[in-house]
Design a protein around this ligand. Sequence first.
Ligand SMILES: NC(=O)c1ccc[n+]([C@@H]2O[C@H](COP(=O)([O-])OP(=O)(O)OC[C@H]3O[C@@H](n4cnc5c(N)ncnc54)[C@H](OP(=O)(O)O)[C@@H]3O)[C@@H](O)[C@H]2O)c1
Length: 295
Amino acid sequence: MYTVFGAGSIGTVLAGLLADAGVPVAIAGRHAVERLRLEGDDETVEAKVPVVAEPLGTILLCVHGPDVFDLCPLWKGRTVVTFQNGVRAEAAAARWCEVIGGVWRMTCTLVEPGRVLYTKRGRVIVGRYPEGVDPEVEALAADLRRAGFDVGVSPRIEGDKWLKLFLNLASTAHAIVRREDHGKPEFGMLKAAILEEARDVFRANGIVAESGDGRDASIDEEIGRHRKGGGRARGVFNSTWRQLSLGRRPKERYHDTVTALGPAPRNEAMLVLLDRATGPECYTAEEALSAVCGR
Ligand SMILES: NC(=O)c1ccc[n+]([C@@H]2O[C@H](COP(=O)([O-])OP(=O)(O)OC[C@H]3O[C@@H](n4cnc5c(N)ncnc54)[C@H](OP(=O)(O)O)[C@@H]3O)[C@@H](O)[C@H]2O)c1
């Protein structure tokens, strides 16, 4: 039995796809509703999931990173799967809970309670925190596979979390630069500049950001891909975009993890742009590139 805690973008998709596959699952959290409608690029899934006040079974935690600190003390000794972006949720949760680290590589946008847009069933990686694989991890992976995810099982989940953080450094650019500029060379140059700096900071600090099962692109391959630019045809937006669209400041900023590791002026400049953002897609690619690289 699983309970998805956090009835937002990824929580709604996770609960809906597990329920649709016949895996026992409930949902909890603010605005949680029983009837879910998931609208993918190529499919629409409707599912009914019981809403519970207190989580039952394994907790699939789908809130933002800072919320982990408030919630996990309530669940001492329970197993929690941390799908947060960033690299801090696992250590936080492990103060109170048994932790399986999760990496969610799929973009989803909640448009109203119970209704979410996504592209396609994406890749999800799980592994015991701080390292290893055990029967509980394998059983979770099997259930996620039943739900149609492309599942990886990682013996070194921290490497996968760092790799995902690395990718998220590009997601800020997608959130704050206007969509019609995403095909421009300046947009690719902006993302490559941020990622190259982060790669160098990671290396200087001995941080290994790599796929535990070897299936995901390396950081250098990612830099090459992002340099090419390009965008999405359909309006499925990342978490930073959604927070800005709601008039909120993003709870997870990603670049501050890089700047905390050493001098990183380009990532610092992205944080300034994010702080000054008046909403999603509020900068041109040229403006953002000039702020980050002084061109
Ligand atoms: N969306 C994506 O495409 C995506 C992709 C990869 C990773 N992620 C990561 O997944 C995590 C969740 O992101 P998301 O986009 O799903 O966020 P979201 O849409 O904002 O959903 C989070 C949900 O959790 C609820 N919540 C937070 N704290 C709570 C609490 N103490 N009690 C009850 N409910 C609580 C929120 O309610 P309120 O809205 O009322 O606060 C919201 O419904 C983040 O770490 C994000 O970085 C997201």
